[in-house]
Design a binder for this molecule. Structure first.
Ligand code: DNO
Length: 389
């Protein structure tokens, strides 16, 4: 693997020097100051690239070039934004950056209900509780029609749970959804969020898929021309939330995207943590089946404490995903290709040594440092134990 690390630019609490000392060779970054839909100028890309190079590393993956909501809805200024997207891809290619991660989740990027779930050792990590989210949706946001969308069991369980939560805990859930996470384009008030959800009325699963396939086929000639690989990030969590469709959640969705978008440059970010949000997903099988078009990986793990409730693992190798098996499939793909793939330790616990730093949620130094070291150890161990890998 190429050892990757997400860096949020100058606003990041973790410096490039620290990242390099973690053993990282490849930086995953973006022009975070550019809004969705804007063209990324070559000069700005080069400036960021130079900073990374001066620190002894390479900026090799973009995460993300965000897809404007108008493109997802295929409405408004969609065509102009697609042209801008193509320009950005060409500009990135001119600078030699040819791996682009993005997602097609409407309105929200990844979503959690608790950004500081406390583990027995006092470290914290991110948690997702389906029932807290349903409670927030029905009783705090009061989204019209929300109650009808949940099954009776979820509705009742969410109602009981919501009643028990203190005001502070309710606010914690609300803030986690509306303003919590890196990747979020804008912090939203409940009213703004409701208004944004309303703009998706009439866009169901089938329509959103159609819009995504159209977008990918529209940019495919640019991918062919420049050699840029687009790797979609799976939905997180991998199921519909707040009445919004989610269309890249499992193996069937990936297969359909590959079928409908035949360019070999249309591929996947294999994110074990996002896929693991549905226990029916088998990341190992996904790697084996779709590996040829996996261009970038996020490795981490989840632990479930109840049905629909999980938090990010203590250890990147243990939990929902069988990481040794997955890593073996990953190494086989690297071997087949004759090329290494960038992996980043995706999220990490917030540890004592992170105290006092304003880290983005999930993007601590200590937690990811351990995660990367674990992955490195696994790679060396597998290569040692399995000849020919
Ligand atoms: C979370 C990230 C996501 C990811 C985007 C890609 O930690 O993996 O925010 O960057 O979904 O577009």
């Amino acid at each position: 693997m190429k050892q990757g690390w997400r860096w949020y630019g100058d606003a990041d609490a973790i410096t490039l020097k620290e990242i390099r000392q973690a053993g990282v060779t490849d930086i995953v970054a973006a022009l975070y100051e550019r809004k969705p839909g804007e063209v990324w100028p070559v000069s700005e890309i080069r400036a960021r690239q130079k900073k990374v190079k001066d620190a002894g590393m390479t900026w090799s993956v973009v995460e993300s070039v965000p897809v404007h909501e108008d493109i997802k809805k295929h409405a408004g200024e969609c065509l102009r934004y697609v042209e801008n997207y193509k320009k950005t891809l060409r500009n990135l290619a001119k600078c030699g950056i040819k791996t682009v991660c993005y997602n097609f989740m409407p309105v929200l990027d990844w979503t959690r209900s608790n950004l500081a779930y406390r583990l027995p050792d006092g470290s914290t990590c991110l948690e997702y509780n389906e029932y807290e989210l349903a409670g927030f949706d029905m009783f705090y946001l009061k989204r019209p029609g929300a109650g009808k969308e949940y099954c009776r069991k979820t509705r009742e369980r969410a109602a009981r749970l919501w009643k028990k939560l203190s005001e502070k805990e309710k606010k914690r859930v609300a803030d986690s959804v509306l303003m919590g996470l890196p990747g979020t384009v804008d912090d939203l008030t409940p009213d703004e969020f409701l208004a944004q959800l309303k703009t998706y009325e009439g866009i169901d699963d089938a329509k959103l898929r159609q819009n995504m396939y159209w977008f990918l086929n529209e940019i495919s000639p640019v991918l062919e021309e420049t050699g840029v690989d687009m790797c979609i990030h799976p939905d997180d969590p991998p199921h519909p939330i707040f009445g919004l469709p989610r269309i890249l959640s499992n193996a069937d969705d990936i297969a359909e995207m590959y079928r409908k978008c035949p360019s070999r440059h249309v591929g996947l970010t294999l994110c074990t943590g996002s896929l693991g949000g549905d226990p029916a997903n088998d990341a190992v099988e996904i790697m084996k089946k779709f590996g040829k078009r996996v261009f970038f990986c996020h490795f981490r793990n989840l632990e479930y404490t109840a049905d629909g409730v999980f938090h990010e693992s203590q250890c990147h190798l243990c939990g929902q995903t069988d990481m040794p098996k997955l890593f073996e499939a990953f190494l086989r793909e690297e071997k087949r290709r004759g090329e290494k793939i960038v992996v980043r330790p995706d999220h990490g616990r917030f540890l004592e040594i992170d105290k006092g730093r304003k880290c983005y949620s999930g993007y601590s130094y200590g937690g990811r440092l351990i995660g990367l070291a674990e992955l490195r150890g696994l790679e060396i161990g597998l290569k040692y134990a399995k000849k020919g890998l």
